[in-house]
Every structure is written in C-alpha cells, then in structure tokens.
Design a protein around this ligand. Structure first.
Ligand code: BG6
Length: 508
C-alpha cells in the first residue's frame, strides 16, 4: 500500500459527531495498520471551547467506543493521541485563521512536515463557503512546497443552483484536483467490488444490457429513524440525503461502460455519461414515477416507535419524505427501455443495501416452477450487511417429471479473507493523503445528479396534491411503491439481513 507524504490534517467541525464516530476511528485504524505517513499531526477545529488535552481525552473515548480495530494495546491509542491538537474558533472569522496559520507554521517546523496540508470541512454546509474563503485569504490554499487539498462533506448543495454556486466559489480558489467531495458509499469495499465483478469477469458483459436484463432494482433500507438529526433531515429528506449522492453513484457504477483504465477521470467520465443519459423525469410524471412516504408511529415487538413528526426538531405537519422510490430509464444503447427502480427509507424492517439484476425470462417456457411461476434469474449484489453475491437460478428437483425449483448460489465476502473489511472513511482518507480522487465525486457529476432530481422536488413543492404516504415504522414503506414496478404480479425483492435467507421474516 502506498504511503503518503508527511502532512497535517485539519478537521473543521472536530467537536461534531462525524469526527468522533467516523473520522478519528478511521485515522486511528490507518495508524494501527501502519499506513499513516511517517510524520503527521492532526488539528481539530471546532466551536466548543476545550483544550488540546481535553480534545485528546475525548477522542480516545471515541476511538474506544467506535473503532473497528481489535485494540489489544492501549498504548497505541495514547501514541496516536499525542499528535492530536485542538483550536477553538468561535465564528470562523479571519482572526481565527491567522491563529490557524501560526499553528501550521509552528507545527510544520516542529514535525518537519514540508508544507502538505489537508483541510476537512466536516461542518454544516453553511460554513463551507466562509471557511474556504478564509483559508484562501490566509494564503493557506496556495501550493508552495507540499500539497493543499480540501475535503468537502455532504451535502454538496441542496439543488442544482446551490451546487453550481459552491463549485464556482471553490474553483475560484482551488483547482478541481485539489477538491475531494466525499460520498462515503464510494469508500465501501463492496461498491468498489462492483467494478471488479463487472469488469474482471468476462461472463457478465455479454448479458449486461437491454437484451438480457429485464429490470434493475436498488434498495437501501435502514431500520433506524432520523435519531438526533431531525433538524438536518427536515430540509433534506430521503431524496437529497440518499438518492442524489449514494444511490445515484451506485446506479452509475452498475450501468457505466467499461472505462479505458483505472485512472480517476476515466472512471468518473463513464459515471458522468450515465448521469447525462438519465431520462429526465418531467414534473407532470412525478406522481407516476416517484412514491414518497413518511414513517408513522408503531409498535414493534412490544416497543413503541415514534413517528417521524414526533421526532426531535421535526415539524408536527412535516411533509419531508423518509422514504422514496423512483422509477427511471437510462437512454443509451445498453439500457434503452430497461426500468431502474431505486428505493430508500428509514425505519424499514432491516438495514440492507443491495442491487438486484433481474434477467429476462427464457423465450419459451418448457418448465414451470413448483410455485407455478416461470423462471427468471436474478443476480443480487449485496453492498451491506453480509456483503456478497447471490445468483438465483432454476434446477430440477430430483424425482419423476420436471419439477423446477429456484435455488441460490452464493458467495459471502467474509469468506474471501480473514481480515476486517476497512471502513469507508479509512479508505477515503487514505486516498486523499495519496492524492487519488477516483472515489470522490467530480463537479460535473454532482451537478448532473442534481439536474436529474430537481424536477422531483419542484413537483412536490408546486403540487401539494402529490401524496406523502404514511407507513408504519418497521414496514417496507408505502404499498403504492409496488405500483411502480412494471409487469403483472411483479414486486420489489424482499431482502433479509442474511443474503441467502430470502423470503423469510426480517428483523428490525
Ligand atoms: C448518510 C445519510 O450519508 O448515509 C444518513 O446522511 C444515512 O441519513 C447514512 O443513515 C447511511 O449510510 P450507511 O453507510 O449506514 O448505509
């Protein structure tokens, strides 16, 4: 594995949840695997007024609670903590940035870093602009000796216009290759494995098109509700929170043409072409192609689960969607006429993300299944949990006649190696350190994704008659989502926590 140059990582928003739950444990894991640079320092910046000592203690507690590493040696955490520093910045004003500048100068000299800095914007999006502008004014983005890179957390804008504005602003002070827009789905091993599954195995390519594929279904279900994030979620909803970024990226990798190389731009060019080929959904077609829902209170195994409107910081008459299902088409030679169905929601029966490729039926039905249905094969690519791949196909049941049964052939990622699958943030942070932007969204990808989804939001805004269906927490979302699927008797796949346990009850 490539090691990075010596560097300083500056995390804005370091007193927040993301830093505590994801970023620090990920950086610690990189240290435990010996892939942090030889010399480095990490500076947390936040509004909370605490000292470096207090910050170190807080981060040690976070690592102990959230790290996926087997921590056998507590000294390793203390060793990691000694390179953590903290600076409190009340309002991210210019004054704060001159303190930051002096800190970087002193620390760079003390460690012998050589001028390479990563600035991670893990703050609410309203602060992206003032922080970037002040970094630039302080001269901290000018590349002199080392590199200067900026990581931008999601959400990248809240519609096409705001994403464009943010891109324009960043481009005034940074080159595109200095900007790393995080989409943590791209850091998931199984999402990257999509590329390997498709392009390292010759058997799939001839079948991967409209001639053999009937439809593609992508589900990302969560059993949790909005938890403490009601304030954020009210202005986001499932479409912005999950579809615009994570799920469209999964669509991109599922549908893209083979790239000419593994170069960051070669891959992102192909994903962009998929986004550009998405058939626009007209505002008047939204009721037929998009179903939205919101969870209501229910009793799950004896426990009362709160409805969305009763969550903290959520309006009592909120129409924010906690569930969305969208049907769309990709207008190109490979996919013309093949429907793509994407659904995501909170408070569904289980946590699962998977892609289901439904192959077409045989042109002539010689055999009938015991269930009475005709056969069609499915390839299920499981992103999480029980990561793996499942192929469903028909086999003859032993005995007289030709009774056909649908069976599973499954591969579980955990059988591949006896090692922990690295977390998405580990992978992505390391990629920024070595300057690999393959797994980050490019400006044009983000804008094209917003362009596709904006009409849906506009239709919801302009037409209050479009229903927000209630669904009891712990169910698979509004019944009406079934109506999106073309074809008699067809429905969404019922996914379970364990990949091969289909059609059994899923636990919340
Ligand atoms: C985040 C969303 O980007 O992704 C959350 O803001 C969501 O609402 C999360 O819960 C899902 O990520 P994962 O990795 O748990 O599927």
């Amino acid at each position: 594995m490539e090691n990075s140059k010596n560097l300083i990582i500056v995390i804005f928003g370091a007193s927040g949840d993301l830093a505590a739950r994801k970023l620090m444990p990920a950086l610690f894991s990189l240290k435990a695997q010996n892939i942090m640079p030889e010399k480095y320092a990490i500076l947390g910046i936040g509004r909370t007024k605490i000292t470096t000592e207090e910050f170190r203690k807080k981060m040690i507690t976070s690592i102990l609670s959230f790290s996926e590493e087997q921590i056998s040696d507590r000294n390793l955490i203390s060793d990691f903590a000694k390179d953590l520093y903290y600076l409190s910045m009340g309002d991210y004003s210019t004054e704060g940035f001159s303190d930051l500048k002096s800190f970087l100068k002193v620390t760079d000299g003390k460690y012998g870093i050589g001028g390479s800095y990563i600035f991670y914007l893990a703050t609410p999006p309203s602060l992206f602009e003032p922080i970037a502008v002040n970094l630039s004014k302080a001269g901290l983005l000018d590349r002199k000796d080392g590199f200067r890179r900026v990581i931008v957390e999601k959400p990248f804008g809240y519609d096409l216009e705001s994403a464009r504005r943010l891109n324009r602003l960043l481009h005034k002070i940074l080159a595109e290759e200095q900007i790393y827009r995080i989409d943590h789905y791209l850091g998931k091993e199984t999402v990257q494995n999509l590329l390997v599954t498709r392009f390292a195995n010759g058997i799939f390519e001839p079948l991967w098109n409209r001639n053999y594929i009937d439809r593609v279904e992508i589900t990302s279900a969560e059993s949790i509700g909005v938890e403490e994030r009601g304030g954020y979620y009210e202005n986001s909803g499932a479409l912005r929170d999950m579809v615009q970024n994570h799920l469209l990226q999964v669509v991109g990798l599922t549908a893209m043409e083979p790239p000419s190389s593994l170069d960051a731009n070669a891959i992102r060019n192909e994903v962009l072409k998929v986004f550009q080929s998405l058939q626009p959904i007209k505002e008047e077609d939204v009721p037929n192609q998009v179903i939205r829902g919101q969870y209501t209170g229910s009793l799950i195994r004896g426990e009362c689960v709160t409805g969305y409107r009763f969550e903290k910081n959520v309006a009592k008459d909120s129409r924010t969607e906690t569930y969305v299902a969208v049907k769309f088409f990709i207008n190109n030679w490979r996919w013309g006429g093949v429907p793509f169905y994407v659904r995501t929601g909170k408070r569904l029966p289980t946590r699962v993300t998977e892609i289901v490729i439904h192959f077409k039926q045989t042109p002539h039905h010689l055999f009938q299944r015991v269930s009475g249905r005709f056969s069609s094969n499915q390839l299920i690519i499981r992103i999480q949990p029980d990561e793996g791949i499942l192929l469903k196909f028909d086999m003859k049941e032993p005995g007289a006649g030709f009774n056909v049964k649908n069976v599973n052939m499954d591969f579980h990622y955990k059988d591949l190696a006896n090692i922990r699958v690295p977390s998405a943030y580990e992978r992505l942070l390391h990629d920024v350190m070595i300057g690999d932007s393959t797994l980050f969204s490019r400006d044009d990808e983000v804008e094209t994704a917003w362009k596709f989804l904006d009409p849906i939001r506009r239709a919801w805004q302009n037409n209050p008659e479009i229903k927000v269906y209630g669904y009891p927490a712990g169910t698979w979302g509004p019944e009406h989502a079934k109506d999106l699927i073309e074809g008699e008797g067809l429905d969404w796949r019922y996914p379970c926590k364990n990949l091969a346990d289909d059609e059994v009850y899923c636990e919340l």
